[in-house]
Design a protein around this ligand. Sequence first.
Ligand code: PAF
Length: 282
Amino acid sequence: MKIVKTISEVREQVRQWRKEGLTVGLVPTMGYLHEGHASLIDASHRDNDRTVVSDFVNPMQFSPTEDLESYPRDLEHDAVLAEAHGCDMIFNPEPEEMYHKNFSSFVDMTVLTEELCGLSRPIHFRGVCTVVSKLFNIVKPDKAYFGKKDAQQLAVIRHMVDDLNMDIEIIGCPIIREDDGLAKSSRNTYLNEEERKSAVVLSKAVEIGKSAVRNGVRECAEIISEMKAKIESEPLARIDYIKIVDAETMQQIKKIDRPALCAMAVYIGKTRLIDNFFTEDM
Ligand code: PAF
């Protein structure tokens, strides 16, 4: 497995693979890889002849008050994990390689970014769409893999690819959880012991929401209020949002009368965690 730092090295390698008639999968990440990322790399390795993992903490998707500086980084660990799961090349650029000093072009999206994390993190999806477009242009993959934990991100990327006629298949992969249910996330490393125990409340609330839907509850307000009560029973938890939206448009709905996404963001201490379920996956 190669680790490369420059766009030209990626292009040269991919060109070579293409000459050999090989297919290419891309797994975009911000590094500090865990089993969630491993499952994306596994899926890409299964579907494609070659797999590229991008490992880049993208400054453009963090607001000045967010955790860009403290975001965990460990390329050595990432390389071991990625290689073990069938990655052929890690692309680990410096910010200057991705954004030269006169950088001034952006990919942005309306509607789908108005709710959920888009509301709490106003510049986030512009940064995500811009960097993912750049990665698609650099790697030119056949398929790209994203986790369903970042459900809004997955919907936004699918929509961007459709809007902008990008010839790439987007594959959404299931949330991978710890044994106690907490969704795997690089940000879980911010939690101290007590917070880590409290964080289980997110997946417990997800289970409550799912069982309400399974039991035939269709009023979103009722489902949300059951989930909210669970989160509020945990003293270290503070709700940013719990919402139910149309799974495609990401607009709020009142009744589950179509494929829906129930998503939440909750602070455990200072750490903001997300979790969700798609009704179609139940
Ligand atoms: O999901 C992430 O880790 C990031 O948002 C992504 C897609 C790699 C873009 O920086």
